[in-house]
Design a protein around this ligand. Structure first.
Ligand SMILES: [Zn+2]
Length: 139
């Protein structure tokens, strides 16, 4: 495949990065945000899944010149594969204290092949762009 760039991928990594919630368009990865996710995905997004998402996304943008939208979809697919779950509908709520909570429903299978629904609520302080809480619940 023709690459837009053969120089490799550069991803600044830090903690408490302003303007960065996990990662995204800005090409930084915020480890403080990643650490809020469960180590084991528990049926939803894990720390590893979040990291894989951002690295694949940056690779698609920097190496292949993909748009953020396309790169994000590739990142999501890689995350789902890593976590062995499938990301479903997402909604965003503004909380009374001004923080926002993004609620995403994931589906996965238990060892008997039954579908398991997992709700993951990610609460973000928009003033600091920090994830302040991640709650993962199987329904
Ligand atoms: Zn993304």
């Amino acid at each position: 495949m023709e690459r837009a760039n053969d120089e490799g991928v550069t991803i600044p990594v830090g903690r408490g990065l302003p303007g960065v919630v996990v990662g995204g368009k800005t090409s930084g990865i915020d480890l403080d945000d990643i650490e809020q996710f469960p180590e084991d995905g528990e049926g939803a997004c894990s720390q590893g899944g979040a990291l894989v998402h951002e690295v694949v996304e940056q690779g698609a943008m920097q190496l292949d010149g993909e748009s953020y939208g396309t790169a994000h979809q590739l990142g999501l697919a890689a995350q789902d594969e890593y976590d062995n779950s499938e990301r479903g509908p997402e909604s965003t709520t503004v909380n009374p204290d001004g923080t926002i909570t993004r609620t995403t429903i994931y589906t996965s299978e238990d060892e008997d092949g039954n579908t398991v629904y997992t709700v993951q609520e990610v609460t973000i302080d928009q003033n600091t762009d920090q994830i302040i809480n991640v709650e993962t619940t199987q329904r």
